[in-house]
Design a protein around this ligand. Structure first.
Ligand code: GH3
Ligand code: MG
Ligand code: MG
Ligand code: MG
Length: 325
C-alpha cells in the first residue's frame, strides 16, 4: 500500500509529493576531453537512466549549454588545453545558464584551483579517479535541488500572476489597477502631466447571460478584453474591475484625448458583432458605455474613479453606446 502523505509534506503547495522520482532521468552535459574517462562516466550515468550529452571541448560545450536545457553540467577542471574554470565562469555570467548546477572534476593536485572554482559558483566537485557511487550520489543531490528550486520558482510565479490578474480575461485585476493608479497619481504631482481614467461598462449585459447563457457571457467578456487591450497604447493599462466593468488607466493623457479614446473603443465594440460558440448566427451585437475623467492636479486615485463613474452614469442615461466626460 502506498504511504499517505496527504499534504503534510506539501511545502511547495502544489499538491505534489516531494522527491518522488524528482532526480531521475536527468539531462546532463558532460564536458571531458579524455575519451576513456568520458566513456566511463557516461556508462555509469546511462545505467542510471540519465541522458548524457557529451562535449570534448569548451566551444562545443558552450554551444550546447546555450541551446539545450540541462539539469546538470559535469565539467573537467582542465578540458584538453583549455581552462574548465573559464567555462564555468562563463556559465555563471549568462542569464540562461546561471542556475544550472555544475559538478567540477578535479585531480588531487588541482586543489588550489578547486577553491577558485567554488568561488566562481561551482556547486560541488568530484575527485578523480571517479568513484561510481560517489558520482551518482552527488549528481542526485544537484539534480534534486535544481528541480526543487524550479518548482518553487514556478509556483511563486503562478501565485504572483494569480494575485495580480483576472483568471477569465487575463487582464490585471482591481487590486493591481488600484495600486498602479496610485503610482500614476504620484507622478501627476511630480510632473504636472495629466492622467485619465476610463470606466467601461457593457450595456445590457445581463440580457446576454439570460438569452445565451453564462458561458456566452464569459466569452463576450473575453472578447471585449481583447478588443479593449488592442485599442489602447502600450503605456495604458486595461483592468477588469469586476463583473462586466473595466477600467483603463492612461498616463500623460488629458480629458479630450481620453474622450476620443473612449469614443474609439465604443466604435470598435459596436461596429463588429462578436462571434460566439453558443451565440446567434452572424454574431452578437455588443455595446459599451464609457465614463471619462482626467486630472493634472493632486487627487486621490479613487476620487478620479468616482468622477469617471459619474460620467459613466450620464453615458447610460444618455442612451448607452457612448463615451461621456
Ligand atoms: P447596464 O447597461 O445598465 O449596465 O445593464 P447590465 O445588464 O449590463 O447591468 P447589470 O449590472 O444589471 O448586470 C450585469 C450582469 O453581469 C449581471 C451579472 O450576472 C453579469 N456578470 C457579472 N460578472 C460576470 C461574469 O464573470 N460572467 C458572466 N457571464 N456574467 C457576469
Ligand atoms: Mg450595471
Ligand atoms: Mg452593464
Ligand atoms: Mg456593471
Amino acid at each position: 500500500m502506498r504511504e499517505q502523505t496527504s499534504g503534510q509534506f506539501d511545502i511547495l503547495g502544489d499538491g505534489s509529493e516531494p522527491n518522488v522520482d524528482d532526480d531521475r532521468h536527468a539531462q546532463i552535459l558532460l564536458v571531458e576531453s579524455f575519451a576513456p574517462t568520458a566513456q566511463r562516466i557516461q556508462g555509469i550515468l546511462d545505467a542510471d537512466h540519465d541522458k548524457v550529452v557529451f562535449a570534448d571541448n569548451v566551444q562545443k560545450a558552450t554551444e550546447l549549454a546555450n541551446t539545450e536545457k540541462f539539469d546538470l553540467i559535469i565539467s573537467d577542471i582542465q578540458v584538453g588545453g583549455e581552462d574548465g574554470l573559464r567555462f564555468c565562469s562563463h556559465l555563471r555570467s549568462q542569464e540562461e545558464t546561471r542556475q544550472v548546477p555544475i559538478l567540477l572534476m578535479v585531480d588531487e593536485y588541482d586543489m588550489p584551483r578547486l577553491v577558485k572554482g567554488l568561488d566562481i559558483g561551482v556547486s560541488d566537485y568530484l575527485m578523480k579517479p571517479i568513484d561510481p557511487n560517489e558520482l551518482l550520489a552527488r549528481v542526485r543531490i544537484q539534480v534534486r535541488r535544481r528541480r526543487f528550486q524550479d518548482r518553487l520558482r514556478n509556483n511563486y510565479e503562478r501565485s504572483l500572476s494569480m494575485a495580480l490578474t483576472d483568471g477569465l480575461t487575463g487582464l490585471y485585476n482591481r487590486r493591481y489597477a488600484t495600486r498602479h493608479l496610485e503610482g500614476l497619481m504620484r507622478r501627476v504631482v511630480q510632473t504636472g502631466k495629466p492622467v485619465a481614467v476610463l470606466v467601461c461598462d457593457l450595456d445590457f449585459f445581463k440580457r446576454v447571460n439570460d438569452t445565451y447563457g453564462h458561458a456566452a457571457g464569459d466569452e463576450v467578456l473575453k472578447q471585449f478584453a481583447q478588443r479593449a487591450a488592442a485599442s489602447v497604447r502600450n503605456i495604458d493599462m486595461v483592468a477588469r474591475f469586476g463583473g462586466e466593468e473595466f477600467v483603463i488607466l492612461m498616463p500623460d493623457t488629458d480629458g479630450q484625448a481620453a474622450l476620443r479614446a473612449g469614443e474609439r473603443l465604443c466604435k470598435r465594440i459596436a461596429e463588429s458583432p462578436m462571434m460566439l460558440a453558443d451565440g446567434p448566427e452572424g454574431g452578437l451585437n455588443v455595446t459599451v458605455s464609457v465614463g471619462v475623467a482626467a486630472t493634472a492636479m493632486e487627487m486621490p486615485g479613487d476620487e478620479l474613479i468616482k468622477l469617471a463613474d459619474a460620467a459613466l452614469y450620464r453615458a447610460k442615461q444618455g442612451g448607452r453606446n457612448q463615451a461621456v466626460i
